[in-house]
Write a protein of this length. Sequence first.
Length: 452
Amino acid sequence: MNEDDGPGTPTRSAVVVGAGLAGLTAATGLAAHGFAVTVLEARERVGGRTHGIAAAPGVRIDAGAAYLGDRHTELNALAAELCLKTTPTTMLGASRFALSDADDRPATSDGRFPPLDAVALGDLFERLAELTDAVRPDAPWLTPDAERLDALTAAEWAERHLTHPDARLFFPLFLGEMCAADPADVSVLHLAFYLRSGGGLRYLNAFAGGAQQDRIAGGAHQLCERLAAPLGTAVRLGEPVRAVHQDDRSVTVRTDRGAYRAEVAVLALPPLLADAIEYRPALPQPRSGEHTARGCAVKVHLVHPAPLWRDHGLSGWSVNARGPLLSTVDDSPEDGIGVLTGFVTGAEAHRFGALTPERQRAEAVEQARRLFPMLPEPLGVHITDWLADPYSRGCYAALLGPGDWTRIGPALTAPHRRVHWAGTETSTAFFGLMEGAVRSGRRVVAEVLARG
Ligand code: FAD
């Protein structure tokens, strides 16, 4: 409740900070248990890292999160509760690969995996599987040999263990695709944890039968829009939270427009953003460190009258050693326009993000036409630069760098008196994904109820 509403605090009340999937799942759950809930959201929209943008009249596409799989059980259940349908991600036809310096002559191949040395890639995946199997997904900092694995970056690991040039070429592309990371930004412990948390290397990487199997028909942003609708004016947009003060009786959350007092606060933000808020009393320790990085993703959508590549036996899937589009995928709605999505990730996202919009457009269109020469000038080009976004420090998610897991891991979820934490980065299952966000929202509801 707003402090101006009068003295006293209802027996059960909560302020939720962040109207992404985690915050809105938490707010909805707490409201269902009789809490008076206020949701404070910095942006002028709900959804956070899910965001629908208009690609054509009546057609919205996913500028943020898009894909889900059948192991994303909480997310699928939520979509069903909200009367949203899923649609399969289309992956029919041959793939295109531009992996050598003869970039202007991409190869066409039936499989989804790049036509690189099979033994070298097999060896890479075996090594990654060993790391993944050994990690403690519920508490990565308790993994045997955690200190050593946490001190080493994925780049250093690759330098030591990958000798074949094809494995060295593929590894950063794989990491960009999996978690929008540059290998220098993540510890080996984080990489192993991320892969394990997401269901393992094969599941995370797969379309049919894997984490990219489906999309929410009409866009993932609808999840948050539908969660927010019944909460009505309890969701307050355009209110970045600056401070969280608490005493023995209540917690007060301050924005530039007001102060909101409640029994508990749930902060459902990426850790780097949560750490930018002032806490009184101070947090016992920060929940991010100097090496905590943000995933770096720019999403490019090229809109065509139809998925024209399909007429030529191509799936729209491509993997490319040189940017800006390090991979492309067919994200067309079930009928109607054709949408080719390009992913610009890791270090390439920083380079691309610094270009003028005109240059970005020119580079993306030129590369798409090298990959798919049948494409005419697109009807529309939409570029969503998540790096430049002040309210998403981590896209797809936060990247835990050297030393982070062993130093800050336990603090990610430990409540600070009346302050509880949610957000995909607090979920040990499906960390970084929409599923992780929903699970964190449900976990925090149980945690708050258990306060008694
Ligand atoms: P967020 O969605 O980030 O919500 C946090 C909210 O807090 C935001 O609305 C933010 O504006 C708000 N906020 C921030 N600071 C403040 C403040 N000081 N005061 C008040 N409010 C504040 N996941 C998948 O499962 N599948 C995918 O295919 C996928 N692809 C992705 C592609 C991209 C380009 C991106 C960016 C993400 C992708 N993800 C994907 C990840 C997924 O979007 C996230 O895991 C999930 O949406 C995170 O939800 P959240 O509620 O934890 O955080």
